[in-house]
Write a protein that binds this ligand. Sequence first.
Ligand SMILES: [Zn+2]
Length: 343
Amino acid sequence: MKSMPARIIALLLFLAATTFAQPRNFEAEIRAAQQAAKTAAGDEFLGSLVRTCFLPQSGGENTADTLPNYVTNPASAPARATWFAEPAKVFDNLYFVGGKIHSSWALTTTEGIILIDTIFPYNSEVLIEGGLRKLGLDPKDIKYVLISHAHGDHIGGAEMLQTRYKAKVVMGAADWDTVASYPNRYKTMAPKRDIVATDGMQIKLGGTTVTTWLTPGHTPGTLSYTFTVLDRGKPVNVVYSGGTAFNFVNNTPDPGIRNFQTYIDSQRKMGEKAAATGATVLLSNHSEFDNAYNKNRMLAGRGNGPHPYELGADEVQRYFQVLSNCARAAQIALEQKAAAPGR
Ligand SMILES: [Zn+2]
């Protein structure tokens, strides 16, 4: 038998491939993204993994302008034992003044304090003001307050710190707008519109610089940061991730697929900034994501060992890989929904 010319074989193979192409196996794609996230998480980022890959997502964003219970009735705020944590000196010039679950950080300079995130209205006095004093610092020295995003667990003390200490408040444009649009939701928490962060903006104080990066996703105005701290005199680069959970509309393909893309792009971007600045420390505003509460308690036993927060540049990258892959898994699920709307 005469063999078929190569060109015909190629054509037949092409037709077979296009005619019998497998439909996308969405479940397999989702599993692969989740597996990649789990591998990246290792045992360092289990909190981030669980929150973004495996817990049910919020589905949408909050558009109600209602007064929080802890504002209308302060007695309804969670009991002190559920949130109180001791403050800690973490690096030569970085102090933890947050709680068990939510974090606040004080970066000290020769000309005052840059404070990052301010927890709730009901515990910012005790944890931030009280914590600074306990550590021998003076809240009057707070010159800047950086808010990573306008949710009550991070903006809660901003109005109080701006009013009492004339601190300059820095936030993303979209989140300033959110604060202005929801007067009830932000009652007692809303600082007067002040510095609008731009991408790559440098907040400078006493020889220390914090660079703000626009990382929309968790909220439209979410900010992340890069800065340098000192560990027993040695410079250590930090990347601060400003928003982690999928808080945006994510239960319908439109706009969910787009929203996930915005979020994924921000994770990639911060991964790149972390690499470019040589970040070996990953900080967040929730202990769930950076283990701050546990690491603070490890500091006392450090001796001459490595700093418990110092993960190394590769491990820092893994945090952003966890979030991108978990977001990708959720995005694929929406692509599946879009492909078969009745399901
Ligand atoms: Zn939030």
